[in-house]
Design a protein around this ligand. Structure first.
Ligand SMILES: Cc1cc2nc3c(=O)[nH]c(=O)nc-3n(C[C@H](O)[C@H](O)[C@H](O)COP(=O)(O)O)c2cc1C
Length: 167
């Protein structure tokens, strides 16, 4: 079993809620609120699942902002990384789940292998830094407008990530 950690930054609890659901779906994943220490310990895991909400206008959630420089310096060669993000596609259609894209940007030179890209079908938005080559770079969740979709999206995404990570 790949050693798995879910690291999240959450201001009003939505990303924390999703992190809990994702952790349970994995079975043996550890759950950590993001901090410099949590990132230092990231090297102990085979699969890192990182989640952030988007705040301001397309910005990373505050707890991630504090550690983004540490994130950019991580050496994750040999590790697999899956990303998820929460946002609000109705109020912020131009910056929907941008933080998901910002996490990807911060880690794209880390040497990690990204898994868990996700289709854009089923969402209505006009712009997102999280879309690369026509797909989200990770799981997009919208607790504000599509809370009923969250559970099924997480189930399908975790199954996909497990298959891609060979778990
Ligand atoms: C002031 C404010 C700014 C926000 N900006 C964005 C945004 O630019 N893009 C987006 O997708 N969601 C945006 N959101 C929505 C949050 O990302 C969403 O409510 C998320 O579920 C919050 O997760 P959290 O409770 O884990 O922090 C914003 C919400 C607020 C209140």
């Amino acid at each position: 079993m790949a050693k798995t950690v879910v690291i999240f930054g959450s201001t009003t609890g939505n990303t924390e809620f999703a992190a809990g659901k994702i952790g349970s779906a994995f079975g043996e994943a550890e759950l950590k609120a993001v901090s410099a220490k949590a990132l230092e310990e990231a090297k102990e895991y085979d699969l890192l699942i990182l989640g952030a909400s988007t705040w301001g206008y397309g910005e990373l959630q505050d707890d991630w902002v504090s550690v983004v420089k540490d994130l950019e310096k991580l050496d994750l060669k040999g590790k697999k990384v899956a990303l998820f993000g929460t946002g609000d596609q109705s109020c912020y259609p131009d910056t929907f789940v941008d933080a998901l894209g910002l996490l990807y940007e911060a880690l794209k030179n880390s040497g990690a292998e990204f898994v868990g890209e996700w289709p854009t079908e089923g969402y209505e938005h006009s712009g997102s830094k999280a879309v690369k080559d026509g797909k989200f770079v990770g799981l997009a969740l919208d607790e504000n407008n599509q809370p009923d979709e969250t559970e099924a999206r997480i189930r399908a995404w975790v199954a996909q990530v497990k298959a891609q990570a060979g778990i």
